[in-house]
Design a protein around this ligand. Sequence first.
Ligand SMILES: [Zn+2]
Length: 239
Amino acid sequence: MSTYDDGHRELRELLGSYASGHLPETEADRVRAHLDGCADCRAELDELRAVVRALGSVDVSSFTDPAPVPPGLGDGVRRAVAQARADHDADELGRRRAAADERRRRSRLRLVGAAAAVVVALGVGGAVGRATAPEPPQPPLEAISMEVGADQQVTVESADLVAHTWGVELRIVADGFAEGQTFQAAFRTDDGELVPAGEFIGVGPAPMTCFLQSAALRQDVTQVVVTGPGGRTVLSSDL
Ligand SMILES: [Zn+2]
């Protein structure tokens, strides 16, 4: 916390007494010096002077010396100061919330705009050349051929590996995975370990695209296997 803040806080406590003329002259000088450089305190002082006028119909400017004041004025001023400070803090909170709301609203608008651009891109019938939405960067794909297990009805349209820095990914476009059944993908590493690459549920004859990611690195894997019900091998590829 800076000394400015400390001084501000301390001097702000004195504003009530200053406004009501209760402050010894040395303190009043410090307050006046601070007021020169602190718009917040000047604003608060204006409010306090209004409060003091309302409380006692006192002409604050007539207080050059500590003067007799109506009993209870000090407490009233302290309460008024506390209230003014609470109001000020509440206002500040309100302003911050409004600003945050505005930021959220703008980012929602940007999202809606981006979504609209995507819809427009899709709406032109997949004419990628006319798409206005930025395309995500495509990682290099390594096409692999997958062997379909005996008695399996799966047809593979494409299978690719993606060598991420964090692990290897299998991307397959295929159909014929038995509907409602669970399938597991895994990579075998060169030390024989089988590293899981996630699961998916078959959707029958409808073509499906799966991105199956593992924590094994591309250079360490020697095989990829997709198994189905009963642990049977549905797809495999030696890498
Ligand atoms: Zn101040």
